[in-house]
Ligand binder design. Structure first.
Ligand SMILES: [Zn+2]
Length: 225
């Protein structure tokens, strides 16, 4: 039985969520976001969720073993039998090893790591240009790609547009530094294992999608051989 067990890597602002949703539709794979799993388990009050909550309320990071436990449980569900698209985990080499062992325990292995690569300056341009309406946070603009008719004013309700703290250049640069220091060793790790597939995230979302889809289709053929 062929499986498509995929992880999606890329910096914040690379469009991972969009691509994950599209690939999930293309190949019938569940999009497993670790943030979503964590929130769901906490909300449902499962044993793992309760443990995670105690770390979070103490202001601590949820340990890798707990996250891996949740992912392992999620992968055991019926819709993930033929594969999955994991987003948000692993973020470093230790987590990658933990995931590999968990998969081995299920008699499965990772098929590939898909990396959407975007240079820092381009990410800053994308993220720092965002402006959000003070009245309704779903009214989102971009100074360059999707500007409002009047600068600083929401087209829909005339409210003021602001740049959120998360979208400030220095915040973005700091997040990117963290991303690079943690994720570059991870990228090398998958590259050495021959599992890395790189995509040029400077292209449009449609183009990136076409490229990833073609690669995943090829991976599936190879798995079936
Ligand atoms: Zn508005």
């Amino acid at each position: 039985m062929s499986e498509l067990n995929l992880i999606l890597l890329g910096p914040p602002g690379a469009g991972k969520g969009t691509q994950a949703d599209r690939l999930s539709d293309d190949f019938g794979l569940p999009h497993i976001s670790t943030g979503d799993i964590l929130r769901a388990q906490v909300a449902e009050g499962t044993a793992l969720g309760e443990q995670a909550k105690s770390f979070m309320s103490a202001g601590k990071l949820v340990p890798d073993e707990l996250i891996v436990g949740m992912i392992t449980e999620r992968l055991g569900e019926g819709d993930a039998r033929d594969g999955f698209l994991l987003d948000g985990f692993p973020r470093n080499e230790q987590q990658a090893d933990a995931l590999a062992s968990a998969l081995a325990g299920l008699d499965r292995r990772l098929t590939a790591a898909l990396l959407i690569d975007v240079p820092d300056d381009e990410l800053v341009r994308r993220l720092a240009g965002r402006r959000v309406c003070v009245k309704n946070a779903s009214h989102i603009y971009h100074v360059e790609f999707d500007p409002p008719k009047h600068e600083g004013v929401c087209d829909q309700d005339g409210a003021r547009l602001i740049q959120r703290d998360d979208d400030k250049e220095e915040t973005i640069r700091r997040r990117l530094e963290v991303y690079h220091s943690q994720t570059e060793p991870l990228i090398d790790h998958y590259d050495r294992a021959g599992m890395l597939r790189r995509f040029d995230g400077r292209r449009s979302a449609d183009e990136v999608h076409v490229h990833i889809r073609a690669t995943v289709a090829t991976l599936r053929l190879e798995e079936e051989l």
